[in-house]
Write a protein that binds this ligand. Sequence first.
Ligand code: GDG
Length: 736
Amino acid sequence: MSRIHILSNRLPFNTERIDNDFKLSPSVGGLATGMKSVYQKYNGKWIGWPGIAEEHFEPGDQERIEKAFEKENCVPVHLTTNDVDKYYEGFSNKTIWPLFHYFNEFIEYDQDCWDAYVAVNRKFANAALQVLDDGDSVWVHDYQLLLVPQMIKNERPDVTIGFFLHIPFPSYEVFRILPWRNEIIEGMLGADLIGFHTYDYERHFFSTVRRLFGIEIHFNQIHTESRIILADAFPMGIDYEKFSSAASRIHAKNESEKSELHVELEKYFSTSPDRKLILSIDRMDYTKGIPNRLKAFSLFLEKYPQYQGKVSLVMLAVPSRDNVEHYVNLKKQVDELVGYINGKYGMINYTPIWYFYRSLPFDNLIELYTASDVALITPVRDGMNLVAKEYVASRINKDGVIILSEMAGVSKEMGEAIIINPNNFNEIAESIYKAISMSTEEQTFRMDLLQKRLKRYDVFKWSSEFVKSLEKIKGIQHQFNTKKVTASVQKALTENYCEAKSRAIFLDYDGTLSGFKNNPEEARPDSEVYQIISKLTADERNEVTIISGRDRDTLEKWFEGYDINLIVEHGVWTKVRGGQWDMLYQINADWKENIRPTLENFVDRTPGSFIEEKNYSLVWHYRKSEPEQGVLRANELKDELTNLIANHNLEIMEGNKVIEVKSGGINKGVAALRFIGGKQFDFVMAIGDDWTDEYMFRELPETAITVKVGLVKSAARYKVKSVDAVRELLNSLVNA
Ligand code: GDG
């Protein structure tokens, strides 16, 4: 089985200097747990920063660290203090973190930090390149390493790369603010599989890819020139069993075994039977909505004074990035709010808010989860939020209520929670009341559903689903590659070409010989196209035909003086070289006046779109309109047209960013076959890019060499990736 390596900013161990050596202790986070199962099962390495900057090394430390990590199959990437300052604390945490969490006012734009980000991503990529063997895969994690996929792909296109983003991917309208937006997306598109926690993040990403690069996306596959890339939502799970068994273990403890916190919690409830405890746990981060939570809790006590003295909030805020200005300010604000609320509502035997600004041992965490009646989770933005899931897993008695912000990715999976808007303090206060008043039956009903779901889709299932998708994309790419015109296929085609005595060559124009332009008129042939056509037509064994959906005047003008055949308007008109225009069979265009108003209506409603008129068809172009709106309107238009054409012999054709209405019964396939007629060709070739060319691929004899431009499904025998590749193929034929 091929190996899978993991790349993340930190290695999954904490490093402690003991005497003259380093002791590693496993870190306990969800990512570490989930990924350990992957890199161990697939025999890979974990590549990341060990957590000690190079400046703190004493002589021999680097070797000692490397040796210690080698035993754990980890490869340390060494960073300097400057790297950590600018790449991690700088660009990662002061630019990407606020940007991706919609805190635009906190974003710092610092060229030095960006340069360091690029350089450190390069260090990680190089470390990975050192360990990669043929057939290996890598799974890159998170926003600190967005450029790594492309850096690896450029050097090792054969390696399958997965990337998972643990934080939200913002709307394009926010993402576009970033000066380095193109570089970031190009970096991510080096991956073959891109994972997000939710579909919303995925669709924001698609929208960004479309808008920045105009790349085609079919369902969840991104079709770049060289590869198909899969993107999908994989909501991260937790190690469910670990939390539920820890809760059972703690539940079973006798008095002497209980921790101090455990005893204190029991004492709190024993003073009055109707006491309730609300829990909140987060890193102290401005994305977590901690001040909102405090204000809403205060409002609750104000609105429901009967609960003063009976309901407390226990708030664990783990210190995080505490040397950064915005975090310092947040801490100050939280301290003040806690002081204010405790001062206002506190009594001798009642503290409204128990506030811990530190990290607690795992068992204490479980004690908090099991003791609290309500989990109050109110981030203003959060990629997923694992605390909500951990609370559910720890509720072995199937009671407890979760109040959950709709801005956390986890809310998509937890319909049974009370979902709130974190900026609506009144709604949160009311939800607290609703939660503490909820009947036990209702709590159990909701908790049972949540538990079943989270147990099934735990962190191991999450990582195995991702790995399965890595295999899937490998398969999809392989399917494409088997049809790809490789060097050896090209050689064989060239040999066939050279041996043939008479050849029919059908070439579509737009998207095949010439790339798409915003305006159809701008796509006129360049000198290379003319050169290829000249060379092809100079060989008298060749019958060269441009077969296109374009109108006859344009193509006649563009190829005036060239010894070629033209088949235009999808086969309506044919002009054999030296001859006159001839219609395949009599058709009329009276229907246009009935259809035109509908198209005009769509032009008015879709900025950037326009109508192209051909002799026997009308075309609605939407290449220049907003990508999503264009697709939406195109579907709407197809729908309307389907009703309109019911009594006419008309056809609706969907091309590349166009919807065309044309007279029925004629297509490129029928026209190409008619052209061949009874003539004997021992080499027939057809190249085209959109689905109107599929008629040709299907109708031509089986022996024909049919070539699709692009990576989508096709009836063609071969595929090439781009217009450039078509030109390369044709050049290789004519130069043979
Ligand atoms: C990022 C994304 C996404 C907290 N306090 C203590 C402690 N914890 C543990 C919790 C939980 C973890 O920390 C926090 O995870 P979250 O998911 O809530 O949040 P982030 O750290 O911001 O993580 C987030 C996540 O990545 C995964 O993709 O869900 O959206 O921002 O596991 O239990 N653990 C211990 N003591 C504490 O005091 N032992």
